[in-house]
Design a protein around this ligand. Structure first.
Ligand code: S3P
Length: 173
C-alpha cells in the first residue's frame, strides 16, 4: 500500500503534534513541511518571510511539497497556508489523502498565544488583534480546508484517529 497523508488546518490546530503520533502508530514516516522548507532554504520560515516576503515563501512551499511525489508511506504536517495557495490542494488530493484538523478560533488563539513569535503572520499582533485575525483568516481559508477528504474535529482526536480512517476507508489509491 502506498500512503501519503497530508494534515491540513490552521496554525495551532495540532498538525505536527498529531502527525508525529499517528505516523509512529501506523509505521509511517513523518515530515513537517515547514521544517523541510527550512532545510532546503537553510533559513527559518520566519526569516524567509522577513527577508524574502510571503510570495517567495509560497513558491518555496510549493516546490518543496512537489518533491514528495516520489515518496510514499508518510504523514505530512503542512503549513496552515499550504492548501490555500496555487494548486497545492488539488495536487495533495490527487497524490493521497488530505485530512483537515478543524478547530475554533478560540481554541486556535489559546494554542498560538505563547508561540506567536515563531509565526511571521502573527508575531506583530496583540491579543485582541490576534483573535480578529484568526477569525478572518479562518473564514477565508475554510473553503479550502473543507475540500479535504476527511475532516476531524480537534476536540475528539485520539492516538488512533488516523488508524480508524485507514481501516475503514478506500484511500482512493
Ligand atoms: C502559515 C503557517 C505556518 C507556516 C508559515 C505560514 C500560514 O505553519 O507555514 O508561518 O500561512 O498559516 P504552521 O501552520 O505549522 O504554523
Amino acid at each position: 500500500m502506498k500512503l501519503k497523508i497530508f494534515l491540513i488546518g490552521f496554525m495551532g490546530s495540532g498538525k505536527t503534534h498529531w502527525g508525529r503520533i499517528w505516523a509512529q502508530k501506523n509505521q509511517l514516516s513523518f515530515f513537517d513541511l515547514d521544517e523541510q522548507i527550512e532545510k532546503t532554504v537553510g533559513e527559518t520560515v520566519a526569516d524567509i518571510f522577513e527577508k524574502k516576503g510571503e510570495e517567495n515563501f509560497r513558491e518555496m512551499e510549493r516546490y518543496v511539497l512537489r518533491k514528495f511525489d516520489v515518496k510514499n508511506n508518510f504523514v505530512m504536517a503542512c503549513g496552515g497556508g499550504t492548501p490555500c495557495f496555487m494548486d497545492n490542494l488539488q495536487w495533495m488530493n490527487e497524490q493521497g489523502t488530505t485530512i483537515y484538523l478543524q478547530s475554533t478560533p478560540l481554541q486556535i488563539l489559546e494554542k498560538v498565544m505563547d508561540e506567536k513569535q515563531e509565526r511571521p503572520l502573527l508575531k506583530k499582533l496583540n491579543s485582541s488583534e490576534l483573535l480578529f485575525f484568526i477569525e478572518q483568516k479562518l473564514k477565508e481559508r475554510e473553503p479550502f480546508y473543507q475540500q479535504a477528504k476527511h475532516i476531524l474535529d480537534t476536540n475528539i482526536l485520539t492516538t488512533t484517529s488516523l488508524s480508524e480512517i485507514l481501516k475503514k476507508k478506500d484511500l482512493g489509491l
